[in-house]
Each structure stands twice: as structure tokens, then as C-alpha cells.
Design a protein around this ligand. Structure first.
Ligand code: NAD
Length: 352
């Protein structure tokens, strides 16, 4: 056993089909009287249902969440929270909505109750992100960690198969990097392995039948575990590359994770034997990177960064940004190595 330190994050989780009905209890248990319900414009109807369910404890709905939390969107949400005299925030949606709740909490510090409807995992982390002048900045602050999380698989039944698959691989990416993180610990590695196993087993069933109740439940359980590993460890090359591709080239978040993950894992595999052993157990495959690549393409995830909008002329910028600073990664970061990885992901090359 290697030496480790582990900081548990304070968090209450309520899990189960139909558990959105327990939201009022959660709000009351936190002593909140006026919560602002947040969503994207696309999920406004759901947010309004939730707000109605809360009755007098709702201070209204702010349905303006956007991907990567543009700073103007954060300003508008903070103004809405102030105008509504909100004492807490209920974020109903994916990572973008949770991110907007975090942007408000970063300024005002009030509790967030997260109701995740994708597998992104932001609800389990103290990580905030804000985008200004085309650059996304992220940071960690305990005050943005949701106080309570309601995981209701029924709310994920509407998540289209394509997004379910890419969001599922987004979750697995957290677990993969947690397994070889510099601050990995035995409990987090167990969660990463189990989260990967649950997600890998659920995704093919969801692709076959998006209304499969057990598979939806397993996938959300996997998303919880994978999100918790993201919150507890320091991410490496894979997340760095996705951050650059999303922040600078505006590539879509979950799809980018789905494409890059097998290439980043393939690059790191020879330098991360314990992580590979855990992923072999979780996937039942001898070569987890090849397996993840085949499964994601088979389930309809995009096959290349080119199909997401990256071009040949962008490769050198990605390489320069990814190697500018050295950061924790199992395999040393060389320009040649990263160029090979990004070019292969650009073209959707077979892993050899
Ligand atoms: P998203 O939140 O942007 O959602 C994408 C779209 O899907 C939105 O229109 C949303 O309303 C819709 N949607 C969500 N759930 C749905 C459902 N069940 N049915 C139908 N439609 C649904 O996408 P995401 O991938 O969840 O989140 C991406 C964002 O989250 C990125 O900005 C990323 O950086 C951030 N993120 C942050 C962290 C963190 O720890 N801070 C972790 C993961 C992701």
C-alpha cells in the first residue's frame, strides 16, 4: 500500500427513481425559505415543475444556464438571485446548470441543492468554471460544493441516447484519471473502478432502450461515483486536453471527452499499470483503451475531433498549450508524444 492522504467532502446524497419528490424535505432540512431554481432554457419546463412543487419555498426560476458559464451569464444569475432575495439554489440539469449555481455561490456563498440530469459529475466537485474573453478559468472552492444532491434516474429518461453515451464517457474519463492521479487513494480508486463498471454495463442497454429503468439507475449511480473521484483528485493530460479543446476551440464538452479518452489512456497506459489493472477488472477487457474506443464508436459517439470541428492547423496550438507547463501525468509530456496523440484523435485513427 502506498502512502496517501484523503479528504472526505461533506455531501448528502439522495438516490432513487422518483426522489425529486423529496426535494421539499431537503430544502426544509437545510432551513431554506426562498430557493431560486436554475436550469437551461431547454429544461425550463422541468424547472417550473420543480418550482411549483416547492410552493412558497421557491423564489422563482432562472432558466438561463449556458455551457461553460460565460461571465455575463454569471452576472445575470447573481442579479436574479439578489432580486429574488434567494437563500439557496436548486440546480436542475447538467454540468452547465450546476456550473451556474456554483457561479452564484462563489459570490454569495449560499447552499446549492443539485438535481443532476446528465452524467457530467459537476455536482460532486468543489470546482467552478467561468468563461471570459474566450478563456475558461477554473478553480476550487469548498463553498461551491453542493450541500445536497438528489439523483433521480427518472429525470435522465429524456436524455437523448447520443448525449447519454458521450456524457457517460465524460464520467468514465474522471474515473480513469482519478486512478492514476498524483493524489489517488484506495477509497477513490474503488469508487473509480466501480463507477466505470456501472457505466460501462449501463450504456449499451441505454443505447438499445433509452427508457430502460435499471440501466438509467446504474448509469446515474456510475456518474455519482465517477463525479466523486473528480472532486477528490487532481486530473491530468486527458482533462487538460479537453479543457483546451473546449475553452479555446469551442468543441462540445461531452463529445470531446468521448473522443479523447481512449487516446489519452493509450498514451498513459504503459506508465499506469495499477490503473490499467483496475480498468481491466471494470471492463473485462485486456486493453481498456482499445475497448473504450470500440464501445464508444459502436454506441454512436463521434469518432474524431475533426468531426467536432478541429482542423489540421489547430494541432500545433493544442500541442503548445498542453505542453506549456508540466503537470502531474503518469507519462512525461513531450511535444512529439502529444502531437501524435492529438493527430490520432483528430483523424480517429485506430489505436495500435
Ligand atoms: P449541459 O449541462 O450543457 O447540457 C447539455 C444540454 O442538454 C442542455 O441543453 C441541457 O438542458 C440538456 N439536458 C440536460 N439533461 C437533460 C435531460 N435529462 N434530458 C434532456 N435534455 C437534457 O451538458 P453537460 O455535459 O452535463 O455539462 C457540460 C458543462 O459542465 C461544461 O461546461 C463542463 O465544463 C461542465 N462540467 C463541470 C464540472 C465541474 O466539476 N466543475 C464537471 C463536469 C462538467
Amino acid at each position: 500500500m502506498k502512502d496517501f492522504s484523503y479528504q472526505a467532502l461533506p455531501m448528502r446524497v439522495v438516490f432513487g427513481a422518483g426522489s425529486i419528490k423529496k426535494l421539499s424535505e431537503e430544502v426544509a432540512a437545510l432551513g431554506l425559505k426562498r430557493v431560486l431554481v436554475l436550469s437551461t432554457p431547454f429544461q425550463e419546463e422541468l424547472a417550473r415543475d420543480v418550482s411549483r412543487q416547492l410552493g412558497d419555498a421557491s423564489a422563482g426560476v432562472h432558466a438561463e444556464a449556458e455551457m461553460h458559464v460565460p461571465i455575463e451569464s454569471a452576472h445575470r444569475a447573481r442579479a436574479a438571485a439578489k432580486a429574488a432575495d434567494a437563500d439557496g439554489y436548486v440546480a436542475v440539469g447538467g454540468g452547465s446548470t450546476t456550473g451556474l449555481g456554483k457561479a452564484i455561490a462563489l459570490e454569495f456563498g449560499a447552499p446549492i441543492i443539485a438535481v443532476p440530469t446528465t452524467y457530467a459529475g459537476s455536482e460532486m466537485t468543489p470546482i467552478w468554471g467561468l468563461t471570459a474573453d474566450g478563456e475558461k478559468k477554473t478553480g476550487r472552492d469548498p463553498k461551491v460544493l453542493p450541500t445536497s444532491v438528489i439523483y433521480d434516474p427518472d429525470l435522465t429518461l429524456t436524455l437523448p441516447v447520443g448525449m447519454s453515451v458521450t456524457s457517460g464517457f465524460n464520467a468514465i474519463a474522471h474515473a480513469v484519471e482519478a486512478l492514476y492521479a498524483p493524489d489517488a487513494s484506495p477509497i477513490i480508486s474503488q469508487m473509480a473502478e466501480e463507477g466505470t463498471r456501472a457505466m460501462i454495463s449501463a450504456l449499451p442497454l441505454i443505447a438499445g432502450n433509452p427508457g430502460h429503468p435499471e440501466a438509467r439507475s446504474d448509469a446515474l449511480y456510475g456518474a455519482w461515483l465517477c463525479g466523486a473521484t473528480l472532486g477528490a483528485t487532481t486530473m491530468s493530460l486527458h482533462h487538460k486536453l479537453c479543457h483546451i479543446l473546449g475553452g479555446t476551440f469551442n468543441l462540445p464538452h461531452a463529445e470531446t471527452h468521448a473522443v479523447v479518452l481512449p487516446y489519452a489512456l493509450h498514451y498513459n497506459a504503459p506508465f499506469a499499470p495499477e490503473a490499467i489493472a483496475a480498468l481491466q477488472r471494470a471492463t473485462g477487457a485486456g486493453d481498456p483503451a482499445g475497448y473504450i474506443r470500440r464501445l464508444s464508436v459502436e454506441l454512436g459517439a463521434p469518432a474524431s475531433l475533426r468531426s467536432l470541428g478541429l482542423g489540421d492547423s489547430d494541432v500545433e496550438t493544442v500541442v503548445a498549450m498542453a505542453t506549456r507547463n508540466q503537470y502531474a501525468n503518469p507519462r512525461p509530456l513531450t511535444e512529439e508524444g502529444i502531437r501524435g496523440l492529438v493527430t490520432a484523435a483528430l483523424n480517429g485513427d485506430d489505436l495500435t
